[in-house]
Design a protein around this ligand. Structure first.
Ligand code: ADP
Ligand code: ADP
Ligand code: ZN
Length: 215
């Protein structure tokens, strides 16, 4: 199955992508994670991406499209994937259509996770991420272990540099202007399924699988 998860920052795309990846046996492809790994490794891509990420802006389309093209060409992605955080602009969606056409593949469904805007800031300000394995926590709704560490790998948790209130507001604005038009883009193509993300994590997971006909 070839899936896209759409939704504002903090909607739960990363959280749901992780469990869909495990349930459906397909790789989780997150452009945000790829950029953060490049930043941590200090590569030229990381140095370029960091200034945009810290400002809450999008990394330029040509850079982002390039890394996705390479990633989708890898053998593990050839029989399915869940894309999280890509595409985020109409040119990215058009480029994805072209990439998949070249591979003789196509998207099966786009799930849009819908969460009221006032909840997003609270979710993001309490998000913590594992430095070791990237697992996503929330201080209230998905708490870390009793030692304050990752329950999967024991790694240290950190707060993302772009999860400050000011940067979150900028990212929400960018979402509204540049990413929200994709809802219509995929609706027109008959691929869109909308799921309420304003429920607990397991309920959203069940509703998503139901929307995909996998419940
Ligand atoms: P979120 O939690 O908001 O969904 P991500 O981890 O997906 O955040 O993305 C973090 C940052 O990485 C974005 O604010 C942006 O700077 C950059 N980024 C991630 N995906 C893309 C993309 N598809 N196009 C451009 N920039 C991206
Ligand atoms: P995104 O990738 O869309 O930015 P995340 O999956 O990182 O979103 O989730 C944002 C924050 O909200 C994280 O701290 C996560 O643990 C928490 N979260 C995710 N889904 C839910 C949910 N359904 N209810 C409550 N908190 C959630
Ligand atoms: Zn971990």
């Amino acid at each position: 199955m070839r899936l896209i998860l759409l939704g504002p920052p903090g909607a739960g795309k990363g959280t749901q992508a992780e469990s869909l990846s495990a349930t459906l046996g397909i790789p989780h492809i997150s452009t945000g994670d790829m950029f953060r790994e490049a930043v941590a490794a200090g590569t030229p891509l990381g140095r370029e991406a960091k200034s945009y990420m810290d400002a809450g802006k999008l990394v330029p389309d040509e850079v982002t499209i390039g890394i996705v093209r390479e990633r989708l060409d890898r053998p593990d992605a050839r029989s399915g994937f869940v894309l999280d955080g890509f595409p985020r602009t109409v040119p990215q969606a058009e480029a994805l259509d072209e990439i998949l056409k070249d591979l003789s593949e196509k998207i099966d469904a786009v799930v849009c996770i819908d969460v009221p805007e006032d909840k997003l800031v609270r979710r993001l300000s309490r998000r913590r991420v594992c430095r070791g394995c990237g697992a996503i926590y929330h201080l209230e709704t998905k708490p870390p272990g009793p030692d304050g560490r990752c329950t999967v790998c024991g790694g240290e948790l950190y707060q993302r540099d772009d999860d400050t209130e000011e940067t979150v507001r900028r990212r929400l604005e960018v979402y509204r202007l540049q990413t929200e038009p994709l809802i219509r883009y995929y609706e027109k193509r008959g691929l869109l399924r909308t799921v309420s993300g304003d429920k607990d994590i397991d309920s959203v997971n069940r509703d998503t699988l139901a929307a995909l006909g996998r419940a």
